[in-house]
Design a protein around this ligand. Structure first.
Ligand code: SAM
Length: 273
């Protein structure tokens, strides 16, 4: 049997539908720390032009606007913008929201002083295309800051655990944890005029138990929601759920009988020559 060919357009369409499913706006409230770190590390000064790529509901865009940036928030999934607009209004900031693929940004070369992404661009399939686009739209002397789940941290390992249960990705697509490995990121930017710096942060997830967290995550996080739908039909969901609960229990650091995992992320600072 031959594997059906998946076109890049079909893959993007599937990604769009996945991120529009569930309630990412709720999940975003659990990971605000990544966007705040990314915006802080960008060193934004008032009036600078800032692009948040794969912005979702604005976890990096909103603190960037609070720092005085003129911010555009772009994402493949414009269904998330209503929640983003409401959050921006609550924060008292104005942001432009533009539907855009990170692999084909609709902006001229060198348009932005700062280019940001919080646990965003790591989900676009062609890592080298994304890296080239980020560098292209950043002005010389500008700064790109990315917060990516570490490959060895909780969410990085979560994605790696899901991998074998999911359809084999097309040859042109790379899995998300790659962007959380410094050596992979160094290779992506090797031919671009940037100096790279790596730092680390962590997001703490808490719940009554590993099962409670996993079930909440599955009900709200599009990629997991879609995985449950597909794997339930094939009778394999219980196996993946058990593996993910096992991972979640292995990394539990709570000492009071509840559950807490600190999920590591890498902050990549790329200063453009
Ligand atoms: C985990 S969410 C992160 C959203 C937000 N930055 C945050 O910190 O909450 C991943 C985001 O990447 C977006 N995304 C996935 N593939 C994309 C692509 N090819 N181009 C632009 N955005 C993409 C999704 O729509 C989703 O909003």
């Amino acid at each position: 049997m031959t594997t059906p060919t998946v076109t890049i357009e079909a893959l993007k369409d599937a990604h769009h539908r996945t991120w529009a499913s569930g309630d990412y706006a709720h999940i975003a409230t659990l990971v605000t720390g990544v966007g705040e770190s990314v915006a802080a590390r960008a060193g934004i000064t008032p009036g600078q032009d800032v692009l948040d790529v794969a912005a979702g509901t604005g976890n990096a865009a909103i603190p960037a606007a609070l720092a005085g940036g003129q911010v555009i928030a772009s994402d493949l999934t414009p269904e998330l913008f209503a929640a983003g607009r409401a959050r921006a209004a609550d924060a008292g900031v104005a942001i432009d929201w533009i539907a855009a693929d990170a692999e084909d940004l609709p902006f001229e070369d060198a348009r932005f002083d700062r280019v940001l992404s919080a646990i965003g661009v790591q989900f676009a399939p062609r890592h080298e295309v994304v890296a080239a686009e980020l560098v292209r739209v950043c002005r010389p002397g500008g700064r790109i800051v990315l917060g990516n789940w570490s490959a060895t941290g909780y969410i990085g390992r979560f994605w790696s655990t899901m991998g074998p249960y999911m359809p084999t990705p097309p040859a042109f697509a790379s899995p998300p944890p790659g962007w959380g490995r410094p050596e992979h990121v160094e290779a992506l930017f090797a031919d671009h005029p940037v100096s790279l710096f790596f730092e680390h942060g962590a997001v703490s997830f808490t719940a009554a138990s590993a099962e409670a967290f996993l079930d909440m995550f599955t009900d709200n996080y599009g990629p997991l929601l879609q995985a449950r739908a597909k794997l339930s039909e094939a009778g394999r969901w219980d196996d993946l759920r058990a593996e993910l609960i096992g991972l979640s229990e292995e990394l539990n650091v709570a000492t009071d009988g509840t559950w807490r995992v600190d999920s590591d992320y890498v902050v990549i600072v790329a200063d453009k020559d």
